[in-house]
Design a binder for this molecule. Structure first.
Ligand SMILES: [Zn+2]
Length: 165
């Protein structure tokens, strides 16, 4: 019987999940495939590090959306980008299906874009945003700096691109 109180991503063992980039879903819509990526910036329920502040995550949402929708050739395949309610990462839905490694340069590019941003936050106006005062570029950059290192490192004692099994 269908358990209506769970979805696949609740079944991942969050006690073993670490920062990284993971494919959390593949969905077929007719002939089309959609890939849902889990951009995990900090470990869930960590005793050592806090989840992102709402303001930091909000800034990543704005700048990440600008990058993914306007600045990268992959923009035509971006279906959705947005924050996780638990504030440990973001989701991205991409049209098509590739191995997770295919998407790493895209998100290294997104992190670099946020790290190099030194201007007003795009869209952070009363007209363009539901909570335009609530941004923190410095904290967004700190999170992207750490996450970028995770994406670039290959010598960790865990696989930052595949869910623990
Ligand atoms: Zn906003």
């Amino acid at each position: 019987m269908l358990n209506q109180d769970t979805i696949a991503s609740f079944e991942i063992d969050h006690t073993r999940l670490r920062p990284g980039l993971y494919i959390s879903r593949l969905d077929h819509f007719g002939l089309a495939m959609m890939t849902t990526l889990d951009l995990r910036f900090v470990s869930p329920n960590s005793e050592l590090e806090q989840p992102l502040s709402p303001a930091a995550l909000h800034t990543i949402e704005h700048l990440g959306a600008i990058y993914l929708r306007n600045y990268t050739p992959e923009r035509l395949n971006v279906v959705y980008f947005g924050p996780m309610g638990c504030r440990t990462g973001c989701y991205t839905v991409m049209y098509g299906s590739h191995k997770v490694e295919h998407y790493v340069p895209l998100f290294v590019g997104m992190a670099d874009f946020i790290l190099s941003w030194n201007d007003k936050i795009p869209g952070a106006t009363r007209e363009g945003c539901g909570n335009y005062r609530d941004h923190n570029l410095l904290a967004a950059k700190a999170a992207m700096y750490k996450w970028r290192n995770v994406l670039e490192s290959r010598d960790l004692d865990y696989d930052q691109f595949h869910y623990p099994t």
